[in-house]
Design a protein around this ligand. Structure first.
Ligand SMILES: Nc1ncnc2c1ncn2[C@@H]1O[C@H](COP(=O)(O)OP(=O)(O)OP(=O)(O)O)[C@@H](O)[C@H]1O
Ligand SMILES: [Mg+2]
Length: 258
């Protein structure tokens, strides 16, 4: 039994005057505790697939099973972290991180303490009563991560969560997110345009090709890289060869478009 099973997904967006097939023939199994990345040119359906997995869009065809059952949106089985942190500007950091718990009626003394502890663990001490605008972009993304983890989702989906950050902050957050997810044994899917980030963070990199979006190739990362933190992995001797391989594959996809 696999943890997440993506079966024969096909999706077409219909508007009054047109039909765009965003995804076709998507089949993928993800193991519990696995970290996979979706990589591929713009428009190849990565965000669409995340929305389908999260149950936000019903696919034209196919099914998604999480632990052998259809995903139930209302049960908060899936946590979503986006490029923009989407913190409520008028709510304090504490109110922001407890929001998911409140909405799902899971806010109690224990869950509150756990969320506030996680905030400390992630290096944010004494910001509970601050407003989001008093924090830097990297700090806000850390708050967003705490908010996402607070409801203890079974699966985490990260749609370019580091792309709006400066390079140094991004590298630090990659390590922090990777460490935190490992500690909690979380299964995660990351969408990124950054080949290095995909290699450094993942167990597998799924490369998509466009028009319509499909899985082009799957790259398994070698064990020696998986055991390292993303920052150390970027400096490992096998890193650049893998980077070159995926880079060439992406280039060939771009070239075939022209
Ligand atoms: N709501 C929508 N209505 C109609 N077409 C859509 C809609 N959302 C996405 N599309 C189309 O579906 C295709 C896939 O879009 P999607 O946003 O999933 O791609 P992506 O891989 O996430 O791209 P990017 O890397 O730019 O974020 C594109 O051709 C896009 O124009
Ligand atoms: Mg997208």
């Amino acid at each position: 039994m696999s943890f997440l099973s993506i079966k024969d997904i096909h999706h077409t967006y219909f508007t009054k005057s047109s039909a765009t097939t965003a995804l076709t023939n998507i089949n993928l199994q993800v193991k519990e505790g696995e970290f996979v990345s979706f990589l591929g040119p713009s428009g190849c359906g990565k965000t669409t697939l995340l929305s389908i997995i999260a149950g936000l869009i019903k696919p034209t065809q196919g099914s998604i099973l999480l632990e052998n059952k259809p995903v139930r949106k209302e049960e908060n089985q899936i946590g979503y972290m986006l490029q923009q942190d989407y913190l409520f500007p008028w709510k304090t950091i504490e109110e922001n991180i407890l929001l998911g718990l409140k909405l799902t009626k899971n806010l109690n003394h224990d869950t509150k303490t756990a969320a506030l502890n996680l905030l400390k663990q992630i290096g944010l001490n004494g910001v509970e009563k601050h407003l989001p605008r008093q924090l830097s972009g990297g700090m806000r993304q850390r708050v967003a991560l705490v908010r996402t983890l607070a409801t203890e989702p079974k699966l985490l989906m990260l749609d370019e969560p580091f792309s709006a950050l400066d390079y140094q902050t991004k590298l630090k957050l990659e390590d922090l997110v990777s460490k935190t997810l490992d500690e909690f044994g979380k299964t995660a899917i990351l969408v990124t345009h950054d080949i290095g980030e995909a290699i450094a963070m993942s167990d597998r990199v799924i490369l998509f090709s466009p028009s319509p979006g499909k899985i082009h190739k799957i790259f398994e990362m070698p064990q020696e890289l998986r055991n390292l933190s993303p920052f150390t992995a970027r400096n490992h001797e096998t890193f650049s060869a893998i980077f070159q391989t995926i880079w060439k594959e992406l280039e060939s996809l771009e070239a075939s478009k022209e």
